[in-house]
Design a protein around this ligand. Sequence first.
Ligand SMILES: [Zn+2]
Length: 370
Amino acid sequence: MNCNDVQQLLSEYLDGNLPTQQREAVLAHIAQCQTCNAELRKYQALLVQTTRLPKAITPSRDLWNGIANRIDQTEQMQHSNIIHRESKTFWRNRVLAIAATVLVMVGTFWIATRSSVDAWNVASLSGSISVGSSQVTSEGKLRVGEVLQTDATSRARVEVGLIGHVDVEPNSRLRLIDASLTDHRLTLDRGTIQATIWAPPRLFFVETPSALAVDLGCAYTLHVDSAGSSTLEVTSGWVALEFGGRESIVPAGNVCATRPGFGPGTPHREDASGTFKHALTTYDFEGGGADALHTVLANSRNMDSITLWHLLFRETGEQRAAVYDRLAELVPAPEGVTREGTLSGDREMIKAWQKHLNLGVKPWWKFWQM
Ligand SMILES: [Zn+2]
């Protein structure tokens, strides 16, 4: 299937109307073609924005009174130039109001015809998987509220609505919480999933016992152990981990642990030294405090700046200054940025650092924010 074929099928793909074989061909193409991937994201962003439009525009009483007054005035002073201008404004406003109403009606219709995705497709990759009260050996559906479970030898692929898929490894248990267009949400009670998502950020969420994983456009592996602790490994893009007001942003090439009661720890590179990783675990979850922090700083490399960047915002006072000094030693500060400014939270300087550390916003996020 070439780009032309795929782009002609995108609308039908989003309708959920394509037969399995064609849907899979589109998915396979999108997974390796940046152009078509970007095109699909545009459609999805538009779709999501449409769902966020107000359901209806109800003009206030004042507006109607204002219009009535203006009509009166227009009739009384039809030959006045000033009123002529006002009358033009009135008609322009009226046309705009009608246009807005039509947009909402079209949007609502568009959503109504596309919101039929209330269950996700499930396929067995090996063995038999339990979905709700039935066993699936080839293909099935996972409905909102249902639990999917793999045993010691079975694996499954779950299609995340129309925005990606999740591969479920053996001995895993998850539940589908929400399958709407703006909230694709699973809980992972235990086991391992590999998620691949090609949608604008913040449309796919996985709740674990110790943190919420928020997709920011990415591929990642998430493992939850029997104690409810989890490990996240990001292979492309970005993932945010959130719990109780604490947040970690994990870019590709980094891992992050979470623990019940603590939430997310500090993200770090997989290839960091053993001493560094051990000290970070102590710092995050075992009350390691200043000693552990100093061991982390002493053992950090310039590629560990993501870790230091998080620590900067978790610390205050002297410790914060110590983190800054180590960071600036490993990565010279960007132009125009001062130690004092950064430590006191100057927004422009923080932004300059983020850009400098390559922690900025991906170009296509801008489309999303328009
Ligand atoms: Zn293509």
